[in-house]
Design a protein around this ligand. Structure first.
Ligand SMILES: [Fe+2]
Length: 200
């Protein structure tokens, strides 16, 4: 962990511990200055955390809250890769550190058990220093894609422990919503993996 990550963690801990911190949106907003400071730091995250995993996208675990309330990932998207469309079931804060990740946001027009119909609501190319929030259910669906050039790296503060983070994948072809858990592929290297994407 770098000092910059340690300062972010201390700030998130303080926000979560504040009995007058307000609702989820207020608390996530209160974390933004600490994320901005990390993004502006000359030594923001360790070098290993900027590496893809076997050439593909990965979430490199920088911190796991001992109480299981949240974790911090450096999410790496090599040029030309995409997350697919997915849903975060609880709060998150994302700071863009390197590269030009394009984020598309969606809203659910209809959700019916394990099927959903989504429509695009926005599309942005983010640059170093930009910060966005995940606040489901309204602001939980998105897709991140790295059109290049270079590798995209963003820092995510996400609710709950990595293995418990509620994460679902939308299969565009048939509208199915499938589990998309983070799986630890190697120590501290977490890969989101779609479950049940077999023939229909
Ligand atoms: Fe995401």
């Amino acid at each position: 962990m770098t000092e910059a990550v340690a300062r972010l963690v201390a700030a998130v801990d303080a926000v979560l511990a504040d009995p007058d911190g307000g609702d989820e949106r207020a608390r996530v907003d209160a974390m933004r200055p600490a994320m901005a400071a990390l993004l502006a730091d000359p030594d923001p995250i360790p070098a290993w955390a900027e590496e893809p995993y076997e050439g593909g996208a990965v979430g490199n675990l920088l911190h796991r809250d001992p109480d299981g309330r949240y974790h911090v990932l450096a999410v790496v998207f090599p040029e030309g890769t995409s997350s697919g469309v997915h849903f975060h079931g609880c709060w998150g804060l994302i700071g863009y550190l390197r590269g030009g990740d394009e984020e598309t946001r969606y809203r659910a027009v209809r959700e019916d058990g394990d099927h959903a119909e989504l429509e695009e609501v926005s599309r942005h190319v983010w640059h170093q220093g930009d910060i966005t929030a995940l606040l489901p259910p309204e602001e939980g669906w998105h897709r991140v894609r790295n059109p290049g050039p270079g590798t995209g790296v963003s820092v995510h503060v996400l609710c709950m422990a990595p293995a418990e983070h509620p994460h679902r994948f939308w299969n565009r072809d048939d509208g199915r919503v499938l589990p998309f858990p983070f799986v630890e592929a190697a120590p501290n290297r977490w890969v989101a993996t779609v479950e049940g994407l077999g023939p229909t």
